[in-house]
Design a protein around this ligand. Structure first.
Ligand code: EPZ
Length: 433
């Protein structure tokens, strides 16, 4: 099994360059299906979820050409079938964006129920279905776990009011509505940077999307989308993950290729914790020389504190002086990873959506698991901060959303490497290089 081996207890120092945003890429890549002709997408992160999505597009008949490590050219002219192989679909949640894209373009979609990170709570899609039906589609869940969406008379713009703020539902309805007849208004829309990035991509291809980044998004349907070139924004959560790592380990890092505005919530919270952050046009300098201070965090939809940074910040707060209170305001159950932190000496009490973190003087190494993407990032941060050699298992979950994470941390002075370690040997800690 592939594991990360981390010889922790060292401060981080150096520079790291952030990759393209995972949650923007997994929305923009399916959006290429809506385009007549080819589109060139730059700053695409090299991560498992993106690789899987490209495999799915190829299965549909899309021409996928990698022009270089981070640029892909997609041409959906030859799409033959709107049905995606079950096994591929099950692996990533973002596969359900194919429903919006295929329905929007071909008025038909057959897509397996989504997979993706399992924090332990259910991940419903009722708001997606509500939006598709409002646009005139018939949606049913067929045997074998397939979602069928059909609109034989095409889609007609509608006024859709989401019951909850949902990134996925907002994205899916944007994809379905750009070629619909008439105006679609999405109320209570998600406002994350990746929503705005998708809207900018669609408009660059000839769509008419206004209001992305606010609660109300207005989409006037157009006849067709033309090809073009678009560059994906940097990943705010990857950047935040490195910022939290510096907070936990101490040291100083220049984090490059970021949009500081997207990091504001994280920057403000880290400043409360005694971390110094200097903003530049497309970089932030993060340093923590003194003690880490306690704080309280409540995760909320953007521009609130991002839920995808909750495990990483909770891990840093395990080493803060005093008691911190974390409230998970987006997901029902996103604290499974705290069991793994407890094995490293963390003192966290979880009660439903609230975690009470009592700071400890140090964490100690232990073999831990990456239960999901951000929980895995938290395990890496804990291993980097802990005394001794930590092994992190199930790293595929991490590499679904982080490009070259080991290399990037090594660039900051971390002593860590990937290793193939048979399960039976997991008790014997390999000596870190
Ligand atoms: C996206 O998931 C992200 N994934 C998640 O990031 C992120 O945690 C989440 O948005 C919130 O920011 C991708 O973008 C691929 P939601 P999504 O729909 O779209 C409820 C990561 O680590 N809800 O905004 O699935 C839902 O239960 C991943 O990169 C409904 O009730 O999240 C949740 O409580 C993990 N009905 C809340 O809304 C619906 O139809 C927010 O979910 C849809 C959602």
């Amino acid at each position: 099994m592939t594991k990360y081996v981390i010889n922790g207890g060292k401060r981080l120092n150096g520079e790291v360059t952030i990759s393209g945003a995972k949650n923007a890429a997994v929305a923009i890549i399916p959006a290429a299906l809506l385009v007549d002709g080819s589109c060139r997408i730059e700053n695409v992160p090299k991560i498992i979820d993106v690789t899987l999505q490209m495999e799915i597009l190829r299965e549909l008949g899309v021409s996928v050409r990698l022009l270089n490590a981070t640029t892909v050219e997609l041409d959906g002219e030859c799409v033959q079938d709107a049905k995606v192989p079950y096994e591929l679909m099950r692996k990533i949640r973002a596969s359900y964006y194919l429903i919006g894209a295929l329905l929007g373009k071909y008025h038909h979609a057959e897509v397996a129920m989504p997979g993706g990170c399992n924090f332990g709570g259910i991940r419903p899609i009722d708001q997606h279905i509500k939006g598709f039906e409002a646009l005139g589609a018939t949606v049913s869940i067929r045997e074998g776990g397939f979602i069928h969406a059909d609109a034989p008379n095409g889609l007609t713009g509608a006024h859709i009011y989401f019951d909850v703020v949902s990134v996925g539902a907002t994205i899916n309805i944007m994809l379905a509505a750009v070629l619909a007849k008439g105006m679609t208004i999405i109320e209570n829309a998600a406002k994350e940077p990746h929503i705005v990035d998708l809207a900018n991509f669609l408009n660059a291809m000839g769509a008419d999307v206004k209001g992305a980044g606010t609660d109300v998004i207005k989409i006037r349907g157009v006849e067709r989308l033309h090809g073009g070139t678009y560059s994906i924004i940097p990943d705010q959560i990857e950047a935040g993950t490195f910022m939290a790592a510096v907070a936990a380990c101490g040291g100083q890092a220049l984090i490059k290729n970021v949009i500081p505005k997207h990091l504001e919530c994280i920057t403000c919270k880290l400043a409360e914790m005694g971390v110094e952050i200097t903003e530049f046009d497309d970089a932030v300098l993060v340093s923590r020389m003194g003690k880490l201070l306690k704080t309280n965090i409540k995760t909320l939809p953007y521009p609130g504190f991002p839920t995808d940074m909750q495990p990483q910040m909770t891990t840093a707060l395990c080493l803060a002086e005093g008691t911190s209170i974390i409230t998970e305001g987006v997901w029902d159950n996103r604290y499974r990873y705290t069991e793994e932190l407890a094995r490293m000496g963390a003192n966290i009490h979880v009660d439903g959506k609230i975690a009470v973190v009592e700071g400890v003087s140090e964490l100690t190494a232990a073999p831990v698991r990456a239960y999901d993407l951000r929980a895995g990032a938290a395990m890496v941060i804990a291993g980097l901060a802990a005394k001794g050699t930590t092994q992190v298992e199930q790293v595929t979950n991490i590499e679904r959303g982080y490009e070259n994470l080991v290399e990037k941390f090594v660039g900051l002075g971390a002593d860590m490497f990937r290793a193939e370690i048979p399960d039976s040997d997991s008790a014997t800690m390999p000596v870190a290089k």
